[in-house]
Design a protein around this ligand. Structure first.
Ligand code: SAH
Ligand code: SF4
Ligand code: F3S
Length: 469
């Protein structure tokens, strides 16, 4: 893990001054923005910062893309095909741009960190005037100023070792928030592009994290998810002065915080201290997103994951012993180079053995510049597709099996939304261990905690009823 390079207060103040001057110029023009976010929670969180910065510059959120004065795509490149789709999306904006000269079309996020992609975009699409990477979001005011002056702007910082604190944020969700604890990744799993586009792993200062959580809780948010590519390596080389287990304890006692979640956990770094913290801290949720990727030791070795199947299973066993109602979710890749039918069978048997609540499953997608993309024994697409189908079928069966034990289960649910089907409004939300349940109720309960008992199962979901005192 790298020593973080904190952006100076002078630099942040300078950007803020530019934002204020843009806001003054924009006064009375009622300009709007539309940010479309692809990829993982990191990008979701970045988009909240970008939206916060745009608000400071006098923009408000547009109700739809077509009416916006500024459209920004926040991109992901973890798997292939995203680039083609993005080019299609941007090409389609040409017509809108022609009708509305002066509008700003921009592209940011992980894909823009890849060599040559931003340059290609600017060359191919004259209606794009802003391209920036993941490590320079704090400089958005300066970039917008330059675009307003007629420049076409491309800014990225390849080193990616910086942290900018105290940036504005505009969040849509009034009950739940993501809070970064680390940025970047140093794990270099052999299939993965993230370390190349997100830069070196660096940890935020514990106090900055706690202050952000406290401020969110003061604003009414009760559920916090701590974010990192590998939260368990938080502060690993002492740069942050705390381990992840210590950070959990430090953050969990923020008054009013009902639920503390975290993701993702890397099996190589999830230790006994973290398990004890999950077991003992009352508001730390009993859910671990623990990507396994494969159930075969040789494939895990070639993926550079640095744990074995047995080590993974031992974490699951130990956590279940300490925290009986814990649920696991995971990520799995099928068709990694060299994956034989026997190796795939090991993944299937691991899925069968663990009984994940749910799994995100992917066909291996070669990423330029990664070690695995250069491996000789690439697997044909048809075989990947077939394995993915078999894996999904097995997981669907395991989800239903897992649900059966919830009949009669009682607990608090945080209401996230509702579907109106016929006369009955169906609310949905999650128990603290991440299990989702549907139940009839009043839409006014949105964002509230209500006690719910599971009464029956429907396909792959839990159905319940509110418990009245
Ligand atoms: N940091 C997280 C994962 C971030 S990427 C972790 O290590 O757990 C999210 C998921 O995308 C990964 O867990 C992996 O399952 C999948 N993924 C990453 N690169 C991929 C690739 N080249 N092909 C297919 N799936 C990939
Ligand atoms: Fe990618 Fe591995 Fe880092 Fe996760 S831990 S982001 S899979 S390199
Ligand atoms: Fe996330 Fe995609 Fe970037 S998964 S870190 S948005 S490449």
């Amino acid at each position: 893990m790298a020593e973080a390079n904190f952006i100076s207060n002078e630099e942040l103040a300078l950007q803020n001054d530019i934002a204020q001057s843009i806001a003054r110029e924009n006064e009375g023009r009622s300009l709007t923005f539309f940010v479309e976010t692809f990829g993982c929670q990191m990008n979701v969180r970045d988009s909240e910062t970008i939206q916060g910065e745009l608000s400071e510059m006098g923009y408000t959120a547009a109700s739809e893309k077509e009416s916006a004065d500024l459209i920004l795509y926040n991109t992901c490149c973890v798997r292939e095909h995203a680039e083609k789709r993005l080019m299609g999306n941007i090409g389609a904006l040409k017509e809108l741009y022609d009708r509305k000269p002066g509008m700003i079309i921009g592209v940011c996020g992980c894909m823009m960190q890849q060599d040559g992609v931003g340059e290609k975009l600017l060359k191919r699409f004259p209606h794009v005037s802003l391209v920036f990477g993941t490590n320079v979001i704090y400089r958005l005011p300066e970039m917008i100023r330059r675009v307003m002056n007629g420049e076409r702007v491309l800014v990225k910082d390849r080193a990616g070792d910086s942290i900018a604190e105290g940036l504005p944020q505009l969040r849509d969700n009034p009950r739940s928030a993501f809070v970064n604890i680390t940025f970047g990744c140093d794990n270099y799993c052999s299939y993965c592009i993230v370390p190349y586009v997100r830069g070196r792993e660096r940890s935020r200062d514990p106090k900055d994290i706690r202050d952000e959580v406290a401020s969110l809780v003061r604003s009414g948010i009760t559920e916090i998810t701590l974010l990192g590519q590998n939260v368990n390596s938080y502060g690993n080389n002492g740069t942050a002065g705390m381990t992840f287990a210590e950070l959990l304890a430090y953050v969990s006692d923020v008054p009013g915080l009902k639920r503390l979640r975290f993701m993702s956990s890397h099996p190589k770094d999830l230790n006994e201290d973290v398990m004890q913290a999950i077991a003992s801290l009352p508001n730390v949720c009993h859910h671990v997103h623990l990507p396994v990727q494969s159930g075969n030791d040789e494939i895990l070795r070639r993926m550079n994951r640095r744990y074995t199947r047995e080590r993974y299973l031992s974490i699951v066993r130990r956590l279940r012993e300490l925290v009986p109602d814990i649920e696991f979710t995971t990520d799995i890749i099928v068709g990694f180079p060299g994956e034989t039918e026997e190796a795939f069978a090991d993944t299937m048997s691991l899925v069968d053995e663990v009984g994940f609540a749910s799994a995100f499953t992917f066909a291996y997608s070669p990423r330029r510049g990664t070690v695995a993309a250069g491996m000789a024994d690439q697997i044909p697409e048809a075989i990947k597709k077939d394995r993915l189908k078999r894996l999904n079928e097995l997981q669907a069966k395991k989800t239903v099996e897992n649900n059966a034990k919830y009949i009669g289960h009682e607990g608090e649910v945080l209401v996230e939304g509702f579907d109106c089907c016929g006369e009955q409004t169906m609310l949905y939300g999650k128990y603290q261990n991440f299990k989702m349940v549907y139940f009839p109720g009043d839409a006014g309960l949105l964002n509230r905690y209500v006690p719910v008992r599971v009464t029956k199962l429907s396909k792959n979901s839990l159905l319940g009823e509110m418990i009245h005192a």
